[in-house]
Write a protein that binds this ligand. Sequence first.
Ligand SMILES: Nc1ncnc2c1ncn2[C@@H]1O[C@H](COP(=O)(O)OP(=O)(O)O)[C@@H](O)[C@H]1O
Ligand SMILES: [Mg+2]
Length: 368
Amino acid sequence: MPKLHLAVFFGGRSGEHEVSLMSARSVLETLDRDKYQVFQVGITHDGEWFTGDDAIGAFERGDTRGLEAATLLPEPGVSGLYVRAEDSRLSKIADLDLAVPILHGSFGEDGTIQGLFEMVDLAYVGGGVLASSVAMDKGLFKWLMRAHQIPVLEFAILDAAGLETDIDPALDRAEAVADYPLFVKPANIGSSVGLSKVRNRADLVEGLMEAARYDRRIIVERGIEAREIEVGVLGNEDPHASVPGEIIPSDEFYSYRAKYIDDSSELRIPAPIDIETTDEARRMAVEAYKAIDGAGMARVDLLLEKDTETLYLNEINTIPGFTQISMYPKLWEASGLPYPELMDRLIGLAQARKAQNDSLVRTYEGAS
Ligand SMILES: Nc1ncnc2c1ncn2[C@@H]1O[C@H](COP(=O)(O)OP(=O)(O)O)[C@@H](O)[C@H]1O
Ligand SMILES: [Mg+2]
């Protein structure tokens, strides 16, 4: 069997650049080199692409000097990895079978690079353009969940424009969502950046102003005391759910600090919840995945309200963390699928999705 040529993409322009490097290192260490020839493409904070045998190491050191400028060309049929010489001349260094984007957040997990892979006609791991972008937008995502009768916390979507001149209508709409505490979030950002828990009107003003720095649209939600339950989903047409896991955040909620700075947050796998709640979490995860037209993989995050024991769907991450200790690979390990086999499955799913798309009619063939 000839080896499949994979390009693993990491880094990227989002605030989760460093997290992506950690995820990609694990993926690169895990991919079976008897099956795959692996090329590395690092994307800098500024969006420059570089390749090299140890691009990951260079990115970790923050020194791209020994690497070559890399690119893909947006026409079908030439799907190779190209390097660009000083004189801007391009040369192909590899034919590619598949892209493995291990990028989190904007320009990586939001459908943008997936759109590029579609243009290039290159198979890729994970959700397509639509699934990626809908999962990234907390507002549209919530409407979609409602349309599918999947429970989400009460919310309102506010425009950031106009807050500076007259904030009162926004305050009224936010306070109509529920009693305090409320959560205020930018629509399109992850890692708990720009997010706040607010307990009164003064905090709300501050929270809205903070969120407005990150996005044109802001989500205000009822705030609850919750346990954080996460489920891995894997598959295309017939997706499966892993056992659920639980995160015990080291902060009051799963804040940026609890996620990345103080790493004493704890994972419990499987989540210590009763069988009914387990089944319900897995069912909701698969329903939500199907609702966004998920493909390949996603980690579905739920909030389990402590008082009422009600599950709410919080969000879907279409490119979850992939370090050895990240929830997604751990959930599958606990469900009987070790990390290397998980990668094989994801690659197989990417090929299957590509073959399926290739078989679809794209042009008008006339009445028969
Ligand atoms: N409505 C809410 N009620 C209680 N806690 C919340 C609520 N919304 C968010 N949180 C807390 O904030 C964390 C981050 O919010 P989330 O919506 O998942 O954004 P991100 O995309 O940044 O992860 C959650 O994991 C949870 O701990
Ligand atoms: Mg989250």
